[in-house]
Design a binder for this molecule. Structure first.
Ligand code: 5AD
Ligand code: SF4
Length: 455
């Protein structure tokens, strides 16, 4: 059912409260900021507990099974809340529910859910909410029409750093990945629109922007003309007031020397590449449909390291892809030791519906995958510690994000290379650039002392 346009939607949240729960990647976090903005324009205000909420929205992730399981478990818990408060509206959206099977499963299994919506439905959220107030069944909107999506603004959760999407969707169809199925084909935003938004954020005092896309390197390929991601970065570098420009995620198959040069020469462009390799075995890379070889990847990393002193390189790795032999896995361990990533996010292969890898025979047992994950993490943790140790005694620039979770006298922030730093200091440093002398390196973060403010 698709709701009809109505003139009354604007007031439907007046005096009401919403709880928004987000799973998944940065793009999903950005979508959640857009959802917040839509809800707040309708009069809703945010709360932190389900008990206080008139509206609960879960923004889901479908990349692996675990976050999907967490959503169904949460929905089970909310059944009791709905029994106590029949007016409560529960909505489930995002990548998981963009899949028709999952959308139907939620409708049939959890009758207390009012709205199931997909990744393209954000502009229609007011109409869906209004319809749900008057309709007792479950409304589903997984239409692929995204008209109006770009015009929606985000309610940024920070006053000094923000996400800025540059390209939506993905065309790559890596054989394990559900993303192209739930986020559609690549759609680049126009350069002028991105730069206009960047300038407006900078004018409002934002210091750091992260350019987002499933594969930022294919930015512009679907637009007329020959504007590339490297060109966009060069233009971003001249936006007055911006001190740090980040970008993610880069696909190794189309990372160009022009992009490396743009990062090297752009003062505001941070020296960090998140460049997922996924596997070190050519046989597995081919079965993953990644479009590059181990040798090509190593060559790219060497080019980046040679051009940009002090650069950090992080990666994603999948262990236990179908048919991964001990020899293939050894090739991945060997690649980790050759490249020496600053950090690698490792994942157990999770079969996803409608992907070609899920249909491959030779699926590994959970035990085998777990064991490989542990061995891989041991190797990577040692490398991360060694690389961090090299920073002891040096001074790094940190953008302060606020007090650390466990100790309000300690502040937390990130280096240009995206490393987490803790230091003793007061919370009025939040949102400022400071210099920190690193006194102690750990596997996951660095500790240091404040030398002075930088801006
Ligand atoms: N199983 C495990 N990990 C996956 N990723 C994507 N799809 C899967 C899957 N089916 C990982 C990849 C990707 C990261 C965002 O999630 O490593 O880079
Ligand atoms: Fe998934 Fe591959 Fe696209 Fe990344 S590039 S979103 S892994 S299909």
């Amino acid at each position: 059912m698709k709701p009809e346009q109505s003139a009354n939607s604007y007031a439907i949240g007046e005096g009401k409260k919403y709880l928004l729960i987000t799973f998944g990647c940065q793009m999903n976090e950005h979508d959640s900021e857009v959802i917040c903005s839509v809800l707040e324009s309708l009069g809703y205000s945010a709360v932190l507990t389900a008990e206080e909420a008139d509206l609960i929205i879960i923004n889901t992730c479908a990349v692996r099974q675990k976050p999907e399981d967490k959503v169904t478990s949460l929905l089970g818990k909310y059944y009791a809340l709905k029994q106590e408060n029949k007016e409560l509206i529960i909505a489930v959206g995002g990548c998981m529910t963009q899949q028709e099977e999952a959308a139907r499963y939620i409708r049939d299994r959890f009758h207390h859910v009012n709205i199931v919506f997909g990744t393209h439905a954000l502009p229609r959220l007011p109409l869906l909410l209004e319809a749900a107030i008057n309709y007792k069944g479950t409304i589903i909107d997984i239409d692929e029409d995204y008209t109006g999506r770009e015009e929606l603004t985000a309610a940024h959760s920070s006053t000094f750093k923000a996400w800025l999407p540059v390209i939506y969707g993905c065309n790559n169809f890596c054989s394990y990945c559900v993303v192209p199925h739930v986020r559609g084909r690549e759609r680049s935003r126009h350069g002028e629109d991105i730069l206009k938004e960047a300038k407006s954020l900078a004018a409002r005092g934002y210091l750091e922007l992260t350019l987002l896309g499933q594969n930022v390197n294919s930015y512009g390929q679907d637009l007329a003309g020959d504007y590339t991601f490297a060109g966009l970065l060069r233009d971003m570098n001249y936006v007055e007031g911006l001190k740090r420009i980040r970008f993610m995620t880069s696909h190794p198959k189309d990372l160009s020397p022009e992009l490396i040069e743009a990062v090297r020469s752009g003062d505001s462009i941070c020296e960090h590449f998140h460049l997922p390799v996924q596997s070190g075995s050519n046989r597995i890379l081919k079965n993953m449909n990644r479009g590059y070889s181990r040798e090509h990847y190593i060559k790219l990393v060497n080019m980046i390291k040679d051009s940009i002193p002090g650069v950090s390189i992080t990666s994603d790795i999948i262990v236990g892809f179908p048919g991964e032999s001990e020899e293939d896995f050894q090739a991945t361990l060997d690649l980790l030791k050759t490249v020496r990533f600053d950090n690698a996010f490792s994942f157990i292969y999770s079969p996803r519906k409608n992907t070609t890898a899920a249909a491959m025979r030779e699926q590994l047992s959970h035990g085998e995958k777990e064991e490989r994950l542990q061995r891989l993490n041991e190797v990577q943790h040692a490398i991360s510690s060694e690389l961090n140790l090299q920073l002891e005694g040096s001074t790094v620039e940190v953008l302060v994000e606020g007090p650390s979770k466990n100790n309000i006298d300690m502040q937390t922030g990130r280096t240009r290379t995206n490393k987490l730093v803790h230091f003793p200091g007061s919370s009025d440093l939040t949102g400022k650039l400071v210099n920190i002398n690193i006194s102690e390196a750990k596997t996951w973060n660095l500790a240091g002392v404040l030398e002075g403010e930088n801006s």
